[in-house]
Write a protein that binds this ligand. Structure first.
Ligand code: GLN
Length: 240
């Protein structure tokens, strides 16, 4: 098996340690003897929908989101949806998450269309949510959020996690992130995956299954990762 990772708009959308997510995906595959390559595809490049098993789409501020939304409104948005329909897995964070929904309405300026890979929409709110987050999914999820966008889920998207500390999608309904098929969106940076290896493995498994049928990843020794997560949980509780 080999894993082909695309860092989508990696030169424009990568903040608060997002690149650590790409490294984690690559390393956790390699530690199991699975060769993993990373290529960046950005605005103006041509995305080949057949090429990648896994897309990582990170966060960015509104100026970068303008450029990316314009690019996704062309052939690359169509290609990304084709890739998803063909079984590719996607992990998106914050600004990337917002652009995988139906639209992002910034505080000023025109609404940015998304690709509707997730049944969510986002409107800019008046306050900015900044700080460490703890949420519960199949396992605890920890990260760092910094966004003013308020994201609301439609019936086809399920929340990724339930908030314990922090705001998550909108600070109102207690939900954090979204999952629809093999597409995940979350507000958690920080980096997210080094401290939440179970989520990394879920996305890697989905991605490998695109070309290999059912995949069972062997377990890794995650002692250090678990300790990092415990530390992050303790820090986040001080935010309350
Ligand atoms: N501009 C978006 C917001 O503040 C995204 C920010 C981000 O990706 N950190 O909601």
């Amino acid at each position: 098996m080999d894993l082909r990772i695309c860092h989508l708009y990696g030169d424009l959308m990568s903040i608060y340690g997002d690149r650590g997510n790409v490294l984690t995906l690559q390393r956790r595959a390699e530690w199991r003897g699975i060769a993993a390559t990373v290529e960046t595809v950005s605005a103006g490049d041509r995305l080949d929908p057949e090429r990648f098993d896994l897309y990582f789409f990170g966060g960015g501020q509104d100026a970068q989101q303008d450029i990316v939304a314009a690019d996704l409104a062309g052939p690359n948005g169509v290609a990304l949806k084709e890739a998803i329909a063909g079984g590719a897995a996607v992990l998106s964070v914050c600004g990337g998450y917002q652009l995988l929904g139906h639209f992002y309405r910034p505080f000023e300026g025109p609404e940015l269309p998304g690709v509707s890979a997730l049944d969510v929409h986002t409107v800019a709110g008046r306050r900015r949510f900044i700080g460490n987050v703890v949420a519960t999914a199949e396992q605890p999820l920890v990260g760092f959020e910094n966004h003013s966008g308020l994201t609301y889920l439609g019936p086809n998207a399920k929340p990724l996690a339930t908030i314990e500390v922090g705001a998550g999608n909108n600070g109102e309904d207690g939900s954090e992130g979204a999952v629809q098929g093999k597409v995940i969106g979350t507000y958690l940076h920080g980096s997210l995956l080094p401290k939440n290896p179970w989520l990394a493995d879920k996305v890697i498994t989905w991605a490998l299954e695109r070309r290999n049928g059912h995949v069972d990843l062997p377990a890794l020794d995650d002692t250090a990762e678990r300790e990092a997560r415990e530390h992050a949980i303790a820090l986040a509780h001080k935010r309350r």
